[in-house]
Design a binder for this molecule. Structure first.
Ligand SMILES: Cc1ncc(COP(=O)(O)O)c(C=O)c1O
Length: 420
């Protein structure tokens, strides 16, 4: 406590003002700027749900295509046509993998844009949208453009509440134009009951188009199986070791979609703008790699996840896992450390070279209590004491065990400091 009787709110600069965490956040930003040149200091990267590094094969493909097939794929001469051939080959690859039509395989700049295109581009002004409260902001925000938006409640285990969904569907039935649900939650890693949910939608809301956000599921799950339940599905390349800047929207009836970016009418009139052929080509190579071995990759990552939690359990800090362990895919775990502020824990872990996060990153990097955890019925206090740890096959067992030990020690210390 300071002389003024107020607790110092900023653990770095020990400012005396009641800054509501703002100074705390600024300190983190300043420190991040100082470290920008020393990114190689990150020794243990456990934020694979935020993004993944590009695979060597994807990088090679990127360089090759960028160097040799630089033409605008929408032109008529042979330089353009060579680039177009690559673009269309990759489109065919994606379409075949998922079981979509090539004309319904639309390249965008991100998973965010793919979801926006599905939601805003497919909007019927008179119809309502139903989305789960667990969705990414790139679904929740565009859904607000519908005249009526119904948010489905969530269960404590991290899944959508199917009873609430059924109730909403029964009340709104033929007025529903869109239903959106993610395959795997990006903060808790909980697999959503896509089959049951979409069956309810088909039963009660015949006009509804179903969007499955498969952004977190794409590296690990059978995409054709997921697409079989939906009318539209979104993926994003940087989540599966491809480059940033490539998303794909698969649509069963692309004629029902209006472009949300107008211009030259590329992507069968659904998304104007010159395609980044090199990045698209690299993304297809990356997806091919992860999809080829998805079962063994998932097994490896699950082992890392278990080893991390076992190591945490041997440490001093008290912790709880948010969401059901049984329902998690195994790539992401969300952990609450009671009486520890997640931003402090993340910052201090980062100082030790461990990169973890607190759920979805937004543009400012600011940490807000996770809307996903709040939607599950967890308190704001619990949400602001929770971190997300997400694994990739490149992580080693030893680094996961070591990261858990260090995180536990930091959390225990922070809690003790707070209590003292
Ligand atoms: C479930 C989910 N959907 C959509 C997105 C947005 O994808 P992008 O980062 O490509 O815009 C993310 C990104 O974290 C995500 O996790």
């Amino acid at each position: 406590m300071s002389a003024s009787g107020r607790a110092s709110c900023c653990f770095l600069c020990h400012e005396d003002a009641n800054c509501e965490g703002v100074l705390n956040y600024l300190c983190m930003q300043v420190a991040a700027l100082r470290r920008v040149d020393s990114i190689i200091e990150v020794t243990i990267y456990l934020d694979n749900a935020a993004t993944t590094h590009m695979s060597d094969a994807a990088l090679d493909e990127y360089t090759k295509v960028q160097r040799s097939y630089f033409g605008n794929p929408n032109g008529v001469h042979h330089v353009s046509q060579a680039a177009k051939t690559i673009l269309e080959e990759k489109r065919e690859y994606y379409a075949k993998l998922v079981g979509a039509d090539v004309r319904g395989t639309i390249f965008t700049s991100s998973g965010t844009e793919a979801c926006n295109l599905a939601i805003k581009g497919g909007k019927k002004d008179e119809l309502a949208a139903i989305v789960s409260g667990l969705e990414h902001h790139c679904v929740l925000e565009p859904a607000k453009t519908y005249p009526v938006v119904k948010i489905v409640k969530s269960n404590l285990d991290g899944t959508i509440d199917l009873n609430d969904l059924e109730k909403i569907l029964k009340e709104n039935g033929s007025e529903v134009g869109l239903f959106a649900l993610m395959a795997v939650n990006n903060e808790t890693g909980v697999i959503q009951p896509i089959e049951e949910a979409t069956q309810l939608v088909r039963e009660h809301a015949g006009r509804a188009k179903i969007l499955v956000d498969a952004v977190q599921g794409a590296p690990w799950l059978d995409l054709a199986h997921l697409f079989s339940f939906s009318d539209m599905m979104a993926v994003s390349a940087h989540k599966f070791h491809g480059p940033k800047g490539v998303g794909v929207l698969f649509s069963r009836s692309p004629n029902d979609l209006s472009s949300i970016i107008s211009g030259g009418g590329q992507e069968y009139e659904k998304r104007s703008g010159t395609q980044d052929v090199a990045s698209i080509a690299a993304s297809a190579i990356a997806l091919e790699e992860v999809q080829k071995d998805k079962e063994s990759r998932l097994r490896a990552v699950k082992n890392l996840n278990t080893a991390f939690l076992d190591s945490l359990a041997r440490g001093d800090a008290e912790f709880m896992v948010n969401g059901s362990r049984e329902l998690q895919l195994g790539t992401i775990v969300n952990i609450c450390f009671p009486e520890v502020r997640n931003e402090e824990l993340i910052f201090l872990a980062d100082q030790e070279g461990i990169a973890v996060s607190a759920g979805a990153a937004c543009a400012s990097g600011a940490l807000q209590p996770s809307h996903v955890l709040l939607s599950m019925g967890l308190t704001k206090t619990r949400a602001t004491s929770s971190i997300r740890v997400s694994f990739g096959v490149e992580n080693t067992l030893q680094e996961c065990i070591s990261a858990a030990q260090q995180i536990s020690a930091i959390a225990a210390k922070l809690r003790k400091t707070r209590a003292g």
